[in-house]
Design a protein around this ligand. Structure first.
Ligand code: MN3
Length: 320
């Protein structure tokens, strides 16, 4: 079972302004093959299907616990996309009769005064945006799709049932995810996009090390020796460096469960961090959390929408 909290795991700053291109790029971190939906669903299904739980308890605990954390990552990616799309089209109410459509000269000038030269097609700009799903099928919001509009799909889940193979896959998946985060980071200098990428780089880094350690414990092979993959340190990204240096976020395995649950995590998450040698710790608590950002209404997309009597009167008059 899972319990939900109305909070978000990363404190996202306000964007510099609407940035639909950055939002489209970030979709890769949501619904791409190496995105957060993939990490979430891989570990979730592996935990559902885990056989020999008692014998391999530390590995089961690890996969379950990381699966829970991944939910907070799809929330973080969604929030960043929604913030970057807020105000991306003019907030003129397209259902209001303005300009030359108004019934009388008086109404025309009143509307002109109120709306100025409001674009009579407030969604005309997105026609030139390549990621039209953000405007045509959602109200400037996150979707379970990749950066090219391909829907996330279940074939991205690897759940062979062989623990060594699944852990090896998870290690690979997290390394692929890390490559994606560092590339999306470089695609935009917007503070929202970078705060989110920086946070995910650090936490994804924890998961890479965790799966490397799990493989080491299971096979004796020192997988951590090949880290980092790709071979650029998180410390090169200022937002990630801050979280590592000031909060040690790269060394902490939070527990996303009651106290008496997943108690064998520390059999895997222990010892020195392979990059800086700091001691790895399991914290018997949820991570610090923050309120969800406010997402303003977007009337031009009828979001969330309400019946506007003026609009009804306008169309009624047109139809009679
Ligand atoms: Mn993640």
């Amino acid at each position: 079972m899972i319990q939900r909290f109305d909070q978000i795991v990363v404190d996202l700053p306000e964007p510099n302004g609407p940035n639909p291109a950055a939002a489209a790029a970030i979709q890769e971190l949501m619904g791409g093959k190496f995105g957060e939906m993939s990490t979430l669903m891989n570990y979730t299904f592996q935990s559902f299907n885990f056989r020999g739980r008692e014998k391999y308890r530390p590995f089961y605990d690890l996969i379950c616990n990381i699966a829970a954390e991944e939910y907070s990552h799809i929330e973080a990616v969604s929030a960043a996309i929604n913030l970057l799309l807020s105000g991306a089209t003019p907030r003129a109410d397209r259902n209001k009769p303005f300009g030359e459509d108004a019934a009388s000269k008086k109404k025309q000038s009143a509307n002109k005064k109120k709306y100025g030269d409001a674009n009579p097609a407030p969604l005309s700009d997105p026609v030139t945006q390549f990621y039209r799903y953000h405007f045509a099928t959602s109200a400037q919001a996150a979707l379970p799709f990749d950066s090219m509009g391909n829907p996330w799909n279940g074939s991205y889940v690897t759940c062979t049932g062989n623990l060594k193979l699944d852990l090896l896959h998870n290690f690979f998946l997290e390394c692929g995810a890390r490559a994606g985060k560092s590339r999306v980071y470089e695609m935009s200098n917007d503070p929202t996009a970078r705060a989110m990428c920086g946070y995910l780089l650090v936490r994804g880094g924890v998961h890479i090390v965790a799966y490397a350690k799990a493989l080491e414990k299971l096979s004796g092979v020192p997988v951590g020796g090949v880290l980092p993959i790709p071979d650029v340190s998180n410390r090169k990204f200022p937002e990630a460096r801050k979280l590592e240096e000031e909060q040690g976020l790269h060394t902490i395995m939070w527990k996303w469960c009651p106290e008496d649950t997943y108690t064998q995590l520390n059999e895997i998450w222990n010892g020195p961090h392979p990059e800086d040698g700091q001691e790895l710790v399991v914290r018997d608590e949820m991570p610090p959390a923050f309120p969800w950002p406010e997402f303003a209404e977007e009337p031009q997309l009828c979001a969330p929408g309400e019946i506007d009597p003026e609009m009804l009167n306008y169309y009624a008059a047109k139809l009679t």
